[in-house]
Design a protein around this ligand. Structure first.
Ligand code: GP9
Ligand code: MN
Length: 653
């Protein structure tokens, strides 16, 4: 064949079309990585891997088109669209959650779908069309230059497949060199995407999920033994000065949506406090304010915080326990307190299916669930995720007063939720003045929440509940993600958000008010997992017989560290971020990891054990002394028109 003939053939062949498709898709993905994701690229090898990693997926998946004789181009275009869609979905999800989509999140979308409202729209931009540009170009090429290319001889498929596998193995080899055990230690999805790419991550995630559901089937009662031994060895005994000091009192937990600790005592440039009520509450003589307290949530956000607080187990690395493991056996606070004569209820101004709560709350043993169907959800009362905090607390009071005492109740606030936009009539508090609207609005919605909390506490005082109720206020998780760091430097008056500062920004306030007990500002380090033993010990209930990972914050043996779901941790002495060890005092990077080793191994053990408990549903094999197991079928949350959510006649026990 002469030169002109060859050029002509290539110009018009399927393989040319394929090469164009691969290159466009590869480059687009790489540009998306650079623009949209913060993957923490540390060295040249990682830079190279980030560039290389879309190639194997592009070759493999687009190459599938070469298997077809007649529909080659069409199949490639469809595959391009599906992969572009996956990439774009990840981009949008990442803009909000700073994380990648996993299979459980997709399953979650079914129950949370359609309720994102303002949040979802604010994450889209017209320039996003770029992420489908190659798809559009391929259609145009197929209809013009490549129109006459019709029959594909399918010969090239094997070569392309071989090439895709070779590129993938080369990629994986280099990745393992930089990050040994990449595939087995997957606490942090960022690593997987950084090294192997967003598409390969999805494949990995799918395999993991299939594995997890078979895990439950294969587990047996012997699997709980190691956990029990670890638990017994690390039990923190209650502090006699506090044990039982709140015996028989009511308990109210208040989840403060997206509320971070830096807001406490924060003053606006004009000197105005953002949360004057909470600022005064932390100085009440009966208040314990834990200022070095961390959220430990994963993708399950609010629901993960609830899970941590009531089970003293860790949330999952992927997806929400509330969604994926709601059928498991749990021994949660509402169920434990039932044995002590408590009645339990949740108040939430959103629909009961959100986070699959209507299923999960049964497993946790909640007697009543007052969801949106109990509230006046008219437009003036609602915004974004549901009830605005003020009408929410107001309307909740009569339902709360109707509960038989002693009660254990949980309130989940909503107004301080991303993107924190307020209706103008609901605030006259100034917005902050950065270039970032989300950050600016955060101060207004936090101030609104603070006012709502004050009204609630005043109502509790007015009806006499304040003096016989333990109140636990906690921020559920961060509100301002790393994507807003630029504006945050201005808010915090610093030059940059260092890794240590970023870890400290995961602090959320924990405020426990115990009538008649002298409190104070507490500096010990702790996390959400520690709240259950702390509160149960105050109520005079020893947690020794329960499987839990928390350590009583008021115990003299409190361990003084808190882990994050990605395996990082903070202690009073050292802070480990991304496998790097920092001094907690100087916040400087230490030259060796030696000082971080001990806690690091406990962190790994606890996350792994907790995951086993949840994934294998191990609590079904464990019978705590004196605890009556929950049968979820005994509960029904039928709403105000049904049976008022009251427990049906128990079938068992
Ligand atoms: C809605 C609320 C949402 O019910 O829990 O909060 P999120 O989990 O997105 O923080
Ligand atoms: Mn939340």
């Amino acid at each position: 064949m002469n030169k002109i003939g060859l050029t002509k053939k290539l110009n018009n062949s399927h393989i040319t079309f394929f090469v164009i498709a691969v290159v466009l898709f590869w480059m687009k993905t790489y540009i998306a990585y650079r623009i949209e994701f913060k993957l923490g690229i540390d060295n040249n090898l990682q830079k190279f891997l980030l560039f290389l990693n879309p190639l194997s997926s592009a070759l493999f998946f687009l190459g599938l088109g070469l298997l077809f004789k007649k529909w080659t181009k069409l199949v490639m275009i469809i595959i391009n669209f599906l992969m572009s869609f996956l990439l774009y979905a990840n981009i949008v999800y990442y803009r909000f959650f700073n994380d990648f989509i996993t299979i459980p999140v997709l399953l979650q979308a079914k129950s949370n779908g359609g309720q994102l409202g303002d949040s979802a729209v604010s994450l889209l931009s017209p320039t996003d069309i770029f992420y489908f540009s190659d798809f559009i170009i391929l259609i145009i090429l197929a209809l013009t230059v490549f129109k006459k290319v019709t029959v594909n001889n399918r010969k090239s498929y094997k070569v392309v497949l071989l090439l895709a596998i070779t590129v993938f193995l080369f990629n994986l080899g280099l990745a393992e060199k930089d990050r040994p055990q990449l595939l087995s230690r997957s606490f942090d999805r960022n690593y997987l995407v950084k090294y192997l790419g967003a598409y390969n991550f999805t494949i990995y995630d799918t395999i993991q999920n299939i594995e997890s559901s078979s895990e439950r089937a294969l587990a047996d009662s012997s699997d709980i033994t190691d956990v029990q031994n670890y638990r017994n060895a690390n039990y923190t005994a209650p502090n006699p000065a506090y044990f039982g000091k709140a015996k028989g009192m009511n308990v109210i937990f208040i989840s403060m949506e997206s509320f971070q600790n830096f807001m406490i005592d924060y003053k606006m440039p004009n000197g105005q406090e953002v949360t004057p009520f909470l600022n005064s509450l932390i100085h009440d003589q009966n208040t314990f304010y834990f200022k070095n307290f961390y959220h430990q949530t994963g993708q399950g956000k609010t629901s993960d915080a609830e899970f941590l607080m009531e089970n003293s187990l860790y949330p999952l690395g992927q997806g929400a326990v509330f969604i994926n493991k709601a059928e498991n056996t749990y021994q949660a606070t509402p169920a434990i307190l039932k044995g002590y004569g408590y009645n339990s209820a949740v108040f939430h101004g959103n629909y009961k299916t959100f986070w699959n709560r209507n299923v999960m709350y049964k497993a946790l043993g909640y007697d009543q669930f007052f969801d949106a169907s109990y509230y006046d959800m008219s437009p003036a009362n609602t915004k974004n995720y549901g009830m605005k905090d003020k009408p929410y607390f107001q309307e909740s009071m009569s339902m709360l007063e109707g509960l038989k005492q002693p009660f254990y109740a949980k309130f989940i606030t909503l107004s301080n939720h991303f993107p924190f936009a307020m209706d103008p009539q609901d605030t006259n508090f100034p917005a902050f003045n950065t270039d970032d609207a989300v950050v600016n609005q955060y101060f207004q919605s936090a101030n609104y929440m603070d006012q709502a909390l004050e009204q609630f506490v005043n109502a509790l005082k007015a009806d006499g509940l304040w003096n016989k109720t333990v109140l636990v206020f906690y921020g559920d998780h961060y509100g301002i993600s790393e994507n807003h760091n630029e504006a945050m430097t201005k808010v915090l008056g610093v030059n940059q958000i260092t890794p240590v500062l970023n870890a400290k920004l995961q602090q959320v306030p924990l405020i426990i008010h115990v009538p008649g007990v002298k409190g104070g500002i507490q500096t010990q380090v702790g996390g959400e997992v520690d709240v259950r033993p702390t509160v149960l010990h105050l109520l005079g209930i020893d947690t020794k017989n329960f499987i839990e990972f928390g350590s009583d914050l008021l115990s003299k043996q409190h361990r003084n560290w808190a882990l994050f779901r990605n395996g990082d941790y903070v202690s009073d002495k050292v802070i480990q971020i991304n496998d790097k060890c920092y001094s907690a005092q100087t916040e400087q990077l230490l030259s060796s990891n030696v000082l971080c080793k001990d806690i690091d191994s406990r962190v790994k053990t606890e996350l792994q054990m907790s995951d086993e408990i949840v994934n294998k549903d191990l609590l079904r094999f464990y019978k705590p002394k004196g605890f009556t197991p929950i049968n979820p079928d005994d509960y029904n949350y039928l709403g105000p028109k049904g049976n008022k959510g009251i427990k049906t006649t128990p079938k068992s026990s």
